[in-house]
Design a protein around this ligand. Sequence first.
Ligand code: THU
Length: 128
Amino acid sequence: MNKQQKSELIKTAKFASRFAYAPYSKFPVGAALLTKSNRIFAGCNVENISYGLTVCAERVAIFKAISEGEKIFKAIAIYTKTKDFTFPCGACLQVLTEITKDLTIILVNRNDRTKTYQLSELLPHRFS
Ligand code: THU
């Protein structure tokens, strides 16, 4: 991933958070996934009145990508308009690791500060 792709990814994640459907938590999240073929798929969290049906932004992005034929991923950016960085939940980490064993995870906060991790750092042991 080059510098331009990284900034495009961050911009896309931020923009996607505007579409979050989060009337219950009021916690909008945006994600943007960069594929091996350099396509970017955006996602936002989609909540439901039956709370357990909620899907996180990360999983929306990965399911969109997989459903359009993409299987290998390079990086994902996750944006929340908070001071603290938002880490992906355990369920999303497990889904992210299903096909691509490792990828770069870029967390973005409201001040456009970033923190970068590898998926293997956040999920050193996965169910397989
Ligand atoms: N959420 C995400 O979309 N991604 C995360 O990484 C953490 C949590 C969503 C789920 C729910 O809609 C809201 O944030 C509050 O938990």
